[in-house]
Design a protein around this ligand. Structure first.
Ligand code: SF4
Length: 340
């Protein structure tokens, strides 16, 4: 049976109509699910028992559970078990301005970025909408408070699970649901051009981040196989087009890998590549893992790279680091096969 958390409010309206019931039950049920956070359909008091019985024949509530939590100073890492026994991870970060959660969108990932622990396991399957929604609901329950920001940057390429991703956005952005403002939601892609184009036509103001990680095709081909399909010379014009359509500034993610993409020459090349694009660059100190050979760029070189971008008029920040100790940092999440 499928989870009720797979359904947007519009899907629920259609469902109630399909069982000859009332459309407004969708608003009521949404309130029970996302505001009152019921644990059983039996706790719903303003929908007739016969209708609830019908729902129970078709839907369950929860289909994932938290099986482990690791906590560090300003970060918690959650391991979830899915109904088929697969595992995914999500990371909660505590900021001055609130909390943000980095969620997974797939079990495994097919993009094969060379620096990424999460992508070492091939894609097993897409996450269902409910499996993304419930990462937020269960962490909020464990935390006892609301999460203010959501980023889809965990395990998986979100645009490779596009339809479920958009439904997920609609549910968490719904003012009658979890009601997280679209400006507080960010999705990160390794650059799947047709989906960026589709996303630019969407009526949601969700932020877009592009994992660029290289200033030219030669370097990007070596570390991100997707570049052979959607090379930089096609990707950058696509981002310009995205901005022209949406007027939304794009974040460019750039992981600093020692001796690979971190030279001053790379910084100059990147400045030229991004000239005229309304974006800001996020320089990410690499988190070394035991399975992957890349090394982290020394802080002094990251600073030099930063200065060159800055001098060339590029908006740039160096990402604050979270969760290195508990392997909860960028690119370190794993969709584990083994049980813990
Ligand atoms: S960086 Fe993202 S897209 Fe690339 S392999 Fe890792 S999870 Fe997949």
């Amino acid at each position: 049976m499928t989870s009720i958390y797979n359904l947007t409010r519009e899907d629920l309206e259609n469902y109630f109509l399909s069982i000859n019931s009332k459309k407004f039950h969708a608003d009521q049920l949404f309130d029970w699910l996302y505001v009152k956070r019921v644990k059983s359909f039996d706790d719903v008091t303003n929908i007739k028992k016969e209708v609830l019985e019908e729902i129970k024949k078709n839907y369950i509530l929860n289909n994932i559970k938290i099986v482990n939590v690791e906590k560090d100073k300003d970060v918690n890492k959650y391991l979830f078990e899915l109904s088929d026994g697969e595992h995914i991870e999500a990371v909660l970060m505590f900021h001055d301005y609130g909390t943000s959660i980095c969620i997974s969108s797939q079990v495994g990932c097919n993009m094969g970025c060379k620096f990424c622990e999460s992508g070492r396991r091939k894609k097993v399957r897409n996450l269902e909408v409910s499996e993304m929604v419930l990462q937020i609901l269960l962490i909020e329950e464990e935390l006892g408070s609301r999460i203010s920001h959501v980023v889809v940057m965990g395990i998986g390429e979100p645009f490779d699970n596009y339809d479920n991703l958009i439904k997920f956005f609609r549910i968490i952005n719904d003012p009658k649901g979890i009601s997280i403002g679209a400006r507080h939601i960010t999705v990160s892609t390794c650059g799947i051009i047709p989906k960026i184009e589709e996303f630019s036509n969407l009526d949601l103001q969700v932020n877009l981040a592009i994992s660029l990680h290289a200033p030219n095709n030669e370097i990007r081909n070596k570390i991100m196989p997707i570049n052979k399909v959607y090379p930089i010379d096609k990707l950058i014009p696509c981002i310009h087009e995205y901005f022209n359509k949406t007027n939304r500034r794009v974040t460019i993610e750039y992981i600093m890998l020692e001796g690979i993409n971190d030279s001053n020459l790379c910084a100059l090349e990147l400045s030229k590549l991004l000239k005229g694009l309304n974006c800001y660059v996020n320089l990410i100190p690499y988190n070394e893992t035991e399975n992957i050979g890349f090394k982290r760029t020394k802080m002094i070189q990251i600073a030099s790279f930063y200065d060159i971008l800055k001098k060339n008029g590029i908006n740039v920040t160096i990402r604050r680091e979270f969760g290195g100790k508990i392997t909860a940092a960028c690119g370190q999440l794993r969709s584990r096969e083994e049980q813990i």
